[in-house]
Design a protein around this ligand. Structure first.
Ligand SMILES: NC(=O)c1ccc[n+]([C@@H]2O[C@H](COP(=O)([O-])OP(=O)(O)OC[C@H]3O[C@@H](n4cnc5c(N)ncnc54)[C@H](O)[C@@H]3O)[C@@H](O)[C@H]2O)c1
Length: 334
């Protein structure tokens, strides 16, 4: 299946197909220098498979984990590209999850003011969400995604076979982002997930999630309005992520973050779905720490906070809530 994301000169194809990594030579232009960025938790055979199609591959394997999304890694990759003699006609390819995609994409966005970027996502979170849409970034200290750029990839290869090696916790982590998209934009997708996630329907869940993301990004590439819907659950989620000092995964924090931002009737259906996916539904941590982190979040303006609210499954509204009401809602629900 090929999904075309239409952004005029930044348009690209997203290929969703079991085994498509093994056909990378057919899909990508690799007759040049290719910086293949991966991490030490991703099976090495994935980057080696990609390298086998490249004229001049350079594999760089970084330590796994969010802490790799930092200036030091960014510098390391840029320095490697300089020492290997990369020019503007060469390219960068990410083979990994959201961490590697965000970091490698930012390198591609900025090296010589931009070189081609291919994304080959290997986690479910990156296959349903982060590999598409062009947001790239690194963290600075505790502040997530604070330095970055919009950089659309030239192509995205989504190979669901690569998920066979992914630990179950990371499958759940990715499904949290699919639930986010379903709750806000697609009731049928929510019902599909509610009916039970299996190996058989996982590809359909990926395709439906990416289709939602494509539709949103096509209407608002740079997040000036509609794209903010994709932040559903993230204002609270990022606060929890900071308060928990990265002991909870991104999707797990988003799962918790969605709960206070929806109507009671929605929450009644959401909680069993999250439980079935082994995602958290209550916060066994100091909620005040999360609230403090949110107060420092860039989304705050004065005494009010902008949130995405789901009043009914498959729909959303942007709301501006008084800070006090927002914080009370968090204390009550979580
Ligand atoms: N750019 C965006 O639009 C966007 C959207 C959502 C999240 N994000 C970012 O994504 C990041 C989280 O991404 P993630 O959840 O993919 O985490 P991750 O990239 O850290 O990957 C999770 C773990 O899985 C391992 N792994 C990856 N692929 C594997 C495979 N196929 N088999 C076995 N192990 C594998 C990795 O080594 C890592 O330890 C966060 O930094 C978040 O901010 C970005």
């Amino acid at each position: 299946m090929i999904i075309h994301l239409n952004l005029e000169k930044n348009s690209y194809d997203i290929i969703i197909e079991r085994g498509c990594l093994k056909e990378a030579g057919k899909h990508l232009f690799l007759n040049r220098k290719v910086l293949i960025v991966t991490d030490d938790g991703v099976p090495a055979e994935y980057s080696r498979t990609l390298a086998s199609f490249c004229a001049q591959p350079y594999i760089v394997t970084l330590p796994q984990g969010e802490k790799t999304k930092c200036f030091a890694s960014y510098m390391e990759l840029c320095e490697k590209m300089i020492s290997f003699g990369f020019t503007r006609t060469d390219c960068v390819a990410a083979v990994g999850g959201g961490v590697i995609g965000d970091l490698a994409g930012f390198v591609a966005a900025t090296y010589m003011r931009g070189v081609d970027f291919y994304n080959i996502p290997t986690t479910l979170l990156s296959q349903v969400d982060s590999s598409v849409g062009g947001k790239t970034a690194i963290d600075v200290g505790d502040v997530k995604n604070i330095v970055g750029a919009f950089k659309q990839p030239k192509k995205v290869l989504i190979d669901p076979d690569l998920l066979k090696t992914l630990p179950a916790r990371h499958i759940s982590n990715g499904l949290a982002e699919s639930v986010k998209m379903a709750l806000t934009c697609d009731k049928a997708l929510f019902e599909l997930i509610e009916s039970g996630v299996t190996e058989e329907n996982l590809e359909e869940i990926i395709t439906k999630s990416i289709t939602i993301k494509k539709n949103v990004v096509e209407q608002d590439e740079k997040e000036s309005s509609l794209r903010r819907v994709l932040n559903f659950g993230h204002t609270v989620g990022h606060g929890i992520e900071t308060a928990m000092e990265l002991t909870l995964l991104h999707g797990e924090c988003v799962a918790l973050g969605m709960l206070p931002m929806c109507d009671t009737s929605v929450r009644e259906r959401l909680v069993p779905v999250l439980k079935a996916l082994s995602l958290p539904v209550t916060a066994d941590f100091g909620i005040e720490d999360a609230i403090n982190a949110i107060r420092h979040d860039k989304k705050l303006s004065g005494a009010e906070i902008n949130v995405v609210y789901v009043g009914g499954i498959g729909s959303f509204e942007f709301r501006k809530l008084p800070l006090e009401a927002f914080e009370n809602q968090l204390r009550e629900v979580l």
